[in-house]
Design a protein around this ligand. Structure first.
Ligand SMILES: [Zn+2]
Length: 466
């Protein structure tokens, strides 16, 4: 919005006088010189109060001449009663406004159309404030959020309302995922999408992983709370693209990595999805979220994952033609752990690893398997490693994958799990029931995927508090 500078200056002078008057009163009491921070705070507080007052005046002015009669949702008629005041909490704090109120329908219900148009409700939180509350709620524990918001907003909002607004965002995300799941199972909708599709990625990556979330034991009716805490798997998936980082833009760490690996990748356009759900329903989300990024239409689809069998089963079921790659670091780590248990001396360990890791790097899985078979001293660990490398041999052709210029590390999904689960759900002070953990994680995943503002848009369109 661009205002006439003169108008702004005139108002600014009034505001400055107002604050000055206030500050002088305080100063004469305390005798202390005030700091710049105190001036800033005084201006913020004054502007906040002016904002609250002005917003109230503005809202009250939106409905100048009420109609004498309007249609009721039941099909009957509502009659104008009077301008009725209401109080709503906004980014400026409490705002009082007046709006036309209608009643007198045989159904007994009343209506304030202004509230419905702007998603307002007497005693409720405005959508602008709700967005900010949810934004802190996905970043900090709800208790911490309360303190952070107080610093920024200069008034109190309760921990409970922050939790509720954050989870409403998660609920909106969940609803849109449910719609996507419906659409992704409808052949006609998929065909229609095919005709419109003009952003089909040439090479798209997918990764899936899971991280543990601690669920608080809850007392059931008449029974004491269970003593043992419950850990549940938050399954997390990500769709993304990757591009090589040019030598001139590589960090010191990346340059080191480039020496060994040749190409260093930067991943972009991350789209995260997550749920605490069994494999089958989660699979539907994998497919539906994939349809949103045209994973099924991509010229090349590459999955880089850690090697858990449920993940590969899902990938094979939904994307039978995708390239499957076991994350290089997990595969290498498997060899390191095996060497640790087998060789007591560091020199032996290093010598064995140097040759066997090189086999792995060159995609000579038969040689890796052979090397493991020769470790007769620890048959059990060697046997487990053998199964792992045998089952995944086609996913470890690292020579071929590197020649194709594929990303072979699943760092993107690990960072996704960290950002969604560790950095929010495992924050100190966080206590979860399954639903709360899921909704908060979904809201956070939307933020990390860059789709937050479309959720905010939906939140602003909610007719009344949900
Ligand atoms: Zn009615």
């Amino acid at each position: 919005m661009n205002y006439n500078t003169e108008e702004i200056q005139r108002i600014a002078q009034e505001v400055a006088k107002l604050v000055e008057k206030n500050i002088c009163q305080k100063q004469s009491k305390s005798q202390e010189v005030q700091t710049m921070a105190e001036f800033e705070l005084a201006f913020r507080e004054t502007l906040r109060q002016i904002g609250a007052e002005a917003l109230g005046i503005f809202l009250s002015g939106l409905q100048q001449t009420p109609e004498s009669e309007i249609a009721c949702a039941c099909g009957g008629k509502l009659h104008y009663q009077r301008m009725r005041p209401a109080l709503t909490t906004t980014v400026f704090g409490k705002v009082e406004y007046g709006r036309a109120y209608y009643a007198g329908c045989s159904c007994g219900k009343g209506s304030a159309p202004l509230d419905q148009t702007y998603g307002l409700a007497a005693g409720a939180i405005s959508s602008g404030l709700a967005q900010l509350m949810a934004l802190t709620g996905i970043a900090f524990s709800f208790e911490e959020s309360e303190k952070w918001l107080k610093e920024f907003l200069l008034f109190d909002v309760s921990e409970n309302s922050i939790r509720s607004e954050t989870q409403k965002m998660g609920l909106l995300q969940q609803e849109s995922e449910e719609q996507e799941i419906q659409a992704s199972q409808n052949e006609k909708a998929l065909q229609k999408r095919l005709r419109k599709e003009n952003h089909i990625p040439k090479r798209l990556y997918g990764s899936i992983d899971a991280a543990k979330v601690r669920i608080e034991p809850r007392a059931r009716k008449g029974k004491p709370a269970p003593k043992h805490e419950d850990w549940r798997d938050m399954k997390v998936g990500c769709w993304y693209q990757a591009e090589a980082v040019s030598v001139s833009r590589q960090s010191a760490r990346q340059r080191q990595k480039a020496q060994r690996e040749g190409t260093v990748f930067r991943t972009t356009q991350h789209q995260y999805y997550c749920d605490i759900a069994p494999v089958d329903p989660f699979g539907k989300l994998v497919w539906a979220s994939g349809c949103q990024v045209s994973a099924d239409l991509a010229a090349e689809l590459v999955f880089v994952c850690d090697g858990a069998s449920w993940i590969w089963e899902l990938v094979t079921h939904y994307y039978p033609n995708a390239v499957q790659i076991v994350d290089w670091y997990h595969a290498e780590d498997r060899l390191k752990r095996l060497a640790d248990t087998v060789f007591p001396s560091l020199a032996q360990r290093q010598a064995w690893l140097a040759s066997v890791v090189e086999f792995l790097w060159q995609g000579q899985i038969e040689d890796v398997i052979l090397a493991c078979q020769r470790l007769s001293s620890q048959p059990e660990q060697a046997r487990q490693a053998l199964t792992y490398f045998s089952n995944n041999r086609h996913r470890m052709r690292y020579d071929v994958f590197r020649a194709q210029g594929y990303l072979i590390g699943s760092g993107t999904i690990e960072s996704g799990c960290k950002q969604i689960v560790a950095q929010r759900l495992k924050r100190s002070g966080a206590q979860w029931i399954v639903e709360g953990a899921v909704l908060t994680a979904k809201a956070r995943a939307a933020w990390l995927s860059g789709t937050w503002h479309s959720l905010c848009h939906k939140r602003a369109r909610l007719p009344l508090a949900i």
